[in-house]
Design a protein around this ligand. Structure first.
Ligand code: PMP
Length: 387
């Protein structure tokens, strides 16, 4: 294999060496069931609780407010099913947006089939939620407001603190899916006055298949997975001890590195953006513009008269891994619903590529992309019958 550059960090990240070291040392010796009362069990439980402490530090909350899940999809489903249960008993509705991750968008479709009323606020061209429209959707009957912190495709960051204050003014609970934001910006359950938050280990250099649910003390909780008494009855199933421990190590690293990491990612993102704009004509940068409204490592670009999938394949042949729209939607050639929700022309949505930078990328990687990409686009445009 020649030079390989991974620019798909929003789809998933490589585990940090510190995480690999910690879990490979723990794996052979900590194999007890964390619910068992003997020494082996207690040792496993110790690792789980260490992780819970690290996550609580990262999210600025109490360890008792953290529940470990299989990932952000499960956490998002759990939060929406809690809201459904309240609405089934007392009435009410849910307010969310049109650009959430599929684990919310599809849950919304499911809940609507179950007779639950869900409203979705639109976004502007910069990918940010229309606050005026969101306010119009609010009322005393809203049980839950759910708005993601940072978008996985455009990188747009939402004003969560402001939205949380709005939700609470109407007596609703506030949830944010912070999966893409963790490790790239400060996230504080306390400062943002959140009731629920979702995130996932594999987006910040931890293991896959393990996630977090923050539920504020005293807020309603109903398990999605029923069974054992793990997590105080909040989530049944034998503890995924080693993965949870790895997530905890990743959380500690994320907290230590946020400021430096976000600065580095933004510098690479800006060099990539400027390099593409200077060397490729007829390009549109999608979503956020100002640094404070952008996830620092995300750059989504549409190339006129080219299919995103063709660009992806040509870049892959050159050793560069990127994504078209959301990785969760690959396999279908539907244009990204997130870009369409921001009002992007359907042709341009078909020609979009998401570059997502991470901890292991360098400026040299960025320069290589700037060198390789322009001739690929030129060639594809020559081949295109429309070009
Ligand atoms: N929310 C967002 C914003 C995401 O980007 C992702 C991952 N693509 C998820 C939720 C789902 O996370 P997981 O893979 O842990 O289920």
């Amino acid at each position: 294999m020649g030079r390989m550059i991974y620019l798909d960090n929003n789809a998933t990240t490589q585990m940090a060496p510190e995480v690999i070291k910690a879990i490979s040392e723990a794996e052979p010796v900590v194999y007890g069931n964390a619910s068992s009362m003997h020494t082996f069990g207690r040792e496993a439980q110790r690792l789980v609780e260490e992780a819970r402490g690290n996550v609580a530090e990262l999210l600025d909350c109490q360890p008792s407010e953290i529940t470990f899940t299989s990932g952000a999809s499960e956490t998002n489903n759990t939060v929406f099913m809690i809201a459904k249960s309240i609405i089934d008993r007392k009435g009410g509705r849910i307010v969310t947006t049109t650009i959430e991750h599929p684990s919310i968008i599809e849950t919304v479709k499911y809940l609507r089939k179950q007779g639950i009323h869900v409203d979705q606020a639109p976004v502007s061209a910069d990918g940010r939620v229309r606050m005026d429209e969101l306010e119009k959707l609010m009322g005393p009957d809203v049980v839950l407001v759910s708005v993601m912190t940072g978008n996985n495709e455009t990188g747009a960051i939402q004003p969560i603190k402001e939205i949380s204050a709005l939700a609470h003014r109407f007596g609703a609970m506030m949830h944010t899916d912070a999966t893409q934001a963790i490790g790239k910006m400060q996230v504080s359950c306390k400062d943002w006055d959140l009731d629920y938050l979702s995130c996932s280990g594999h987006k910040f250099y931890g293991p896959k298949g393990v996630g977090v649910m923050y539920a504020r003390k005293g807020r309603p909780f109903e398990p999605l997975v029923h069974g054992g008494e793990q997590e105080h009855g909040r989530r049944a199933g034998t503890y995924n001890t080693i993965a949870i421990y790895g997530l905890g190590v990743a959380a500690k690293l994320a907290k230590e590195n946020i400021a430096e990491e976000s600065h580095r990612l933004w510098a690479m993102r800006e060099r990539l953006r400027e390099g593409i704009l200077a060397n490729v004509p007829n390009v549109v940068v999608n979503g956020c513009k100002e640094r404070e409204n952008c996830l620092p490592g995300t750059l989504d670009v549409s190339f006129e008269n080219v299919e995103g999938e063709s660009i992806l394949l040509m870049l892959d042949m050159a050793g560069i891994a990127v994504s078209t729209g959301s990785a969760c939607a690959t396999g279908s050639l539907e244009p990204s619903y997130v870009l369409l929700a921001g009002g992007l022309d359907i042709e341009l949505a078909h020609g979009s590529i998401r570059f997502s930078l991470g901890r292991f990328n360098t400026m040299e990687d960025v320069d290589y992309v700037i060198e390789v990409l322009p001739p690929i686009i030129r060639r594809l445009r020559q081949l295109s019958t429309r070009g």
